[in-house]
Design a protein around this ligand. Structure first.
Ligand SMILES: [Fe+2]
Length: 197
């Protein structure tokens, strides 16, 4: 597990530093979840409005599976900022988050298929959303936090920037099989190089 001191030094990425500062200030005001998602979405939309700031080490796809690089971990674990890098055709299992989250599309495109659980805890398909650069998706247990995600492209990498209401890499959560199987998991992060950006 990676901790605050091993995440990207945001001072080297001014656009990210500005975002983290404003997001921290938002949370300082003890907002409601609706306020976090509303104001936070505007802040994230501003962050991803241009695609020239994400350091190259945090854009690297892995041929084996999608990667999740910690960009910033709040010192009080109130929020974390992660770059998700999707190689061609890569996808997640059906999974939940247990906390609020914001997904902002930076590069390429992804498809988010939402689900709800029926009375036997089997996932049932809900809305399907395609995210293009600049688009934001909101996640929360209160509005729906179960989905699967896949790269919309079979021939190029896609990248989205995620903000979660916890140190998401250490959160115990669940993935779901179509037939009702439930599995606990803790995602961790993919970082294998950290501060040399
Ligand atoms: Fe997700």
């Amino acid at each position: 597990m990676y901790h605050q001191e091993t995440s990207v030094p945001v001072s080297r990425v001014p656009r990210l530093e500005d975002f983290v500062s404003k997001f921290g200030a938002l949370l300082d005001g003890s907002p409601t979840e609706a306020e976090i998602l509303g104001v936070g979405a505007a802040l994230l939309k501003d962050l991803i409005a241009v695609d020239d700031w994400l350091p190259e080490p945090f854009t690297v796809a892995d041929p084996a599976a999608y990667r999740q690089y910690l960009l910033h971990g709040d010192s009080h674990d109130r929020f974390s900022v992660v770059s998700f890098v999707w190689g061609p055709g890569q996808s997640t299992p059906i999974h939940n988050h247990t906390v609020w989250g914001l997904v902002g599309m930076l590069r390429g495109a992804e498809i988010s298929q939402s689900y709800y659980l029926d009375e036997r805890q089997r996932p049932v398909r809900g809305k399907r959303t395609q995210l293009l650069p600049g688009d934001i998706e909101l996640i929360s247990p209160s509005i729906g936090d179960i989905h699967s995600v896949h790269n919309a492209f079979d021939d190029q990498t896609s990248i989205s920037i995620h903000v979660y209401g916890a140190d998401i890499g250490s959160v115990r959560r669940q993935s779901f099989d179509e037939d009702g199987g439930v599995h606990n998991f803790v995602s961790g992060y993919s970082n294998d190089r950290l501060t040399d950006v």
